[in-house]
Design a protein around this ligand. Structure first.
Ligand SMILES: O=C(CO)COP(=O)(O)O
Length: 249
């Protein structure tokens, strides 16, 4: 069976309680989405977002979690705390976390194991820098990140992979269709021995996805949805991306 398509929004460090009004617009436009919809707001907004969504099918997720279950880790949030607040997903190893907080593949794998332990689905992000792509290292970089960031026990059910080229995030630039297709086919093959049935795993593309390019990206083989940053903040844009995913394949 083909994996259920996923439109995931990453609000990053944007939004406040007033911004939750966007959800009302999204609910009205997509009362019963034909794909899975997820929004990952700042952790403080997880609980109120879940409450605002009510019975709507949109899932809510975190943007990071600590590898430990609890303890003396000032400023950190555990996977079970995300779960308690209403999250069912958590983004891990985003390139902004890797760059700003020095997160390594081993850190990401430990966090993903903690997420799985709390029954959260981990969205593990991988992606090359522009210098790595120019040097012809893209597949080697992605392969190493996948090998190091997926924990023991990862499965197609509890793990989503997001391919986010660092140079495409927030820049308005995207890889060519052939480049996205090449990386996604490579990822599908690479995770086979890690997740059991790779055909069931969701592989997302992220990096400057917007209403104008969503349909082309979703038509590519092995692209099961998107991880959307800036365009997830406004219901009109995110709704158009959801519509494109509903219409795909
Ligand atoms: O980093 C991203 C999602 O996690 C992508 O961000 P943009 O869609 O703003 O490029």
């Amino acid at each position: 069976m083909a994996p259920r398509k996923l439109a995931a929004g990453n609000w990053k460090m944007n939004g406040d309680l007033a911004a939750l009004a966007e959800l009302d617009l999204l609910r009205e436009a997509h009362p019963e989405p034909g794909c899975e919809v997820l929004i990952c707001p700042p952790a403080l907004l997880i609980h109120p977002m879940k409450a605002r969504l009510g019975a709507h099918a949109t899932a809510v997720g975190g943007q990071d979690c600590h590898a430990n279950a609890s303890g003396a880790h000032t400023g950190d949030i555990s996977a079970s705390q995300l779960k308690d607040a209403g999250a069912t997903y958590v983004i891990l190893g985003h390139s902004e976390r890797r760059a700003d907080h020095g997160e390594t593949d081993a850190d990401v794998a430990a966090k993903a194991a903690a997420a799985h332990g709390a029954e959260l689905t981990a969205i593990i992000c991988v992606g090359e820098t522009e210098a790595q792509r120019d040097a012809g290292e893209t597949l080697a970089v992605i392969g190493a990140q996948l090998a190091g960031s997926l924990p023991e026990g990862a499965s197609a059910a509890n793990t989503v992979i997001a391919y986010e080229p660092v140079w495409a995030i927030g820049t308005g630039r995207t890889p060519t269709e052939a480049q996205i297709a090449e990386v996604h086919a490579f990822m599908r093959e690479r995770i086979q021995d890690r997740v059991g049935d790779a055909d069931e795993a969701r592989l997302l593309y992220g990096g400057s996805v917007k209403p104008a390019n969503a349909a082309e990206i979703f038509a590519l083989p092995h692209v099961d949805g998107a991880l959307v940053g800036g365009a997830s903040l406004k219901a009109a844009d995110f709704g158009a991306i959801i519509s494109a995913l509903e219409a795909a394949r």
